[in-house]
Design a protein around this ligand. Sequence first.
Ligand code: NAP
Length: 328
Amino acid sequence: MGFMSYKDEDRSLGDSGLRVSPVAMGCWPIAGMTSLDVNDADSLATLQAALDHGVNFFDTAYCYGREGESERLIGRGLGHRRDEIVIATKGGLHYDPQGKRLLDARPERLRRECEESLRRLGTDRVDLLYLHAPDPATPLAESAGALRDLMAAGKTRCVGVSNVTLEQLETFHAVCPLAAFQPPYNMLQRQIERDTLPWCRRHGVAVVVYWPLLKGLLAGRLPRNYAFPRGDGRAKYVMFQGDQWQKNQDFVDCLREIAQDLGRTVAQVAINWTIHREGITAALCGAKRPYQIVETAGGMGWRLDDGPLQRIDAALAARGEAAVQPAV
Ligand SMILES: NC(=O)c1ccc[n+]([C@@H]2O[C@H](COP(=O)([O-])OP(=O)(O)OC[C@H]3O[C@@H](n4cnc5c(N)ncnc54)[C@H](OP(=O)(O)O)[C@@H]3O)[C@@H](O)[C@H]2O)c1
């Protein structure tokens, strides 16, 4: 295993001039909308632990939390260290009072959400503002134009987009220069390697991936007979059901052996593999407890050698491609 310091691993976020750690903290779990047993004390301790363990990149969104709890917690917990961190948030997706998810990326809505996000985060400017997902009722170029204007107004240092196709990436980038793209990606869900990832590499756009742990599956702590408790939002995903679940568990068993031989955890192997794939800038590791981000932060600072990589390839070949069900 090759070792390096965290700092050696910092990467450029497109051409924004920002440097980010390859392990980033995904701040969806601390919003408490689908994760269970979330509380402010643990969430604040998790944010702090992230920063203390070399993570400087925090990913949130306007819609993370009924009242923007995720953004508020970042402002509260890390506001005093604002100049040490890179904050990314997203707009264009919100929940109505009944909890129904709505896409609304009209320019006026994006502007309003951005102001609200800045207030909650307690900052004048975020580092990265994404369009969370395209809104079918608003031309993508209009949403892109609104984000370009927000960048020009100094509300964000750079702009990104999430949950889009290759064609939509091109449309967006033609109106507003992109610093980052945020798709789902992990060992078992690698569809972006076919088109959007090569496009981003060609255009110098950072690729910041969500679900690197496949919502906890690749952390290796969900037993084969696990039954999701009521209220755990993961039960609805196909990767946690029937045949897919069994095949995924077989794969995790292989990872367990590899991790054990390396003296690492399954999560660390999964994250290390992900952040060293060509063209991947950072992996958004969701966490709601300090031990989780401390563990995933330990996925950086070293590098899998050829031997374990070959064993992983063999396990992946045996698993075959997994079904992909994007979040949006
Ligand atoms: N752009 C988008 O549309 C989009 C969509 C989804 C996610 N995201 C971003 O990507 C981030 C990552 O996604 P995610 O949080 O849904 O999934 P994830 O990072 O793949 O998995 C996070 C879950 O894995 C479990 N976990 C994490 N570390 C663990 C550890 N060390 N040991 C055991 N379990 C561990 C936790 O489950 P428990 O809750 O059971 O503890 C945690 O909630 C989000 O937080 C968000 O910032 C963006």
